[in-house]
Design a protein around this ligand. Structure first.
Ligand code: 2AM
Length: 174
C-alpha cells in the first residue's frame, strides 16, 4: 500500500524562513527541512493500481501559476489538546481553487470527497501531550516572504526512524 498526499513544494528561501521560526516550545517535534510542504489534499492508503490512476488523474489538472505569501502562525488541536503548530498562507483564493480542481480530478478516479474544509497551512511542529506554552510561537512575526507556485506534486509518506519521510512521486506543472 502507498500513503499518498498532494502538496506544494516550498522553495529553499521559504524553508529557511520557516526553519528560523522554529524553536522555543517544550515538547515540540519540529519538522526537518526535507519534511516541509503545504498539503493540498491528503489521500491516504491506496494500492499500486489506484496510485497509478491518481497520478494520471492529477496530470489532467489545469491551472495557472500564482503567488503566495507566508502568513500568521496558528495551531490545531485534537479534542482540546494542541498537537500541531503551523504557518498560514495568503491570499487563499487561488490555492483553494487549485484544491478544488484536485478534488474534482480525484473524484473522477473514485476517491471519496474530502469531508473536512481545506485549511491551507504549513505544519512546523507536532506536539506531544505534555507540550509547553505556545504563546511565544503564536506571537512570532515572520519576515515578509512571497513565492511563486508553478507546480504541485504527488507525495508518498513512509514512516522512518526520525518520523515521517516524504518523497515526491510525480510533479505537475500548472
Ligand atoms: P498536517 O501536517 O496538518 O498533519 C502528510 O501526512 C501530510 O498530510 C501532512 O501535511 C498532514 O497534515 C496531512 N494529513 C495527514 N493525515 C491527514 C488527514 N487525515 N487529513 C488531512 N490531512 C492529513
Amino acid at each position: 500500500m502507498h500513503r499518498l498526499f498532494v502538496a506544494l513544494e516550498l522553495p529553499v528561501a521559504v524553508r529557511d524562513v520557516l526553519l528560523a521560526a522554529m524553536g522555543g516550545v517544550a515538547g515540540a517535534r519540529w519538522q526537518t527541512d526535507d519534511q516541509l510542504h503545504l498539503t493540498l489534499r491528503f489521500i491516504g492508503e491506496v494500492d499500486r493500481h489506484r496510485a497509478q490512476d491518481i497520478a494520471a488523474a492529477l496530470g489532467q489538472v489545469r491551472g495557472v501559476p500564482f503567488t503566495l505569501a507566508l502568513g500568521a502562525p496558528g495551531s490545531f488541536d485534537t479534542r482540546g489538546i494542541i498537537d500541531n503548530l503551523w504557518i498560514g498562507v495568503t491570499p487563499q483564493d487561488a490555492i483553494k481553487a487549485l484544491n478544488q480542481r484536485i478534488e474534482q480530478a480525484l473524484a473522477r478516479v473514485g476517491i471519496a470527497p474530502e469531508a473536512r474544509a481545506f485549511l491551507p497551512h504549513i505544519t512546523l511542529a507536532r506536539l506531544n501531550r505534555s507540550a509547553g506554552a505556545i504563546d511565544g510561537f503564536l506571537a512570532r512575526v515572520l519576515p515578509a516572504t512571497t513565492f511563486e507556485v508553478a507546480s504541485f506534486a504527488l507525495y508518498e509518506s513512509t514512516l522512518g526512524g526520525g518520523g515521517s519521510n516524504y518523497e515526491i512521486v510525480e510533479r505537475y506543472r500548472l
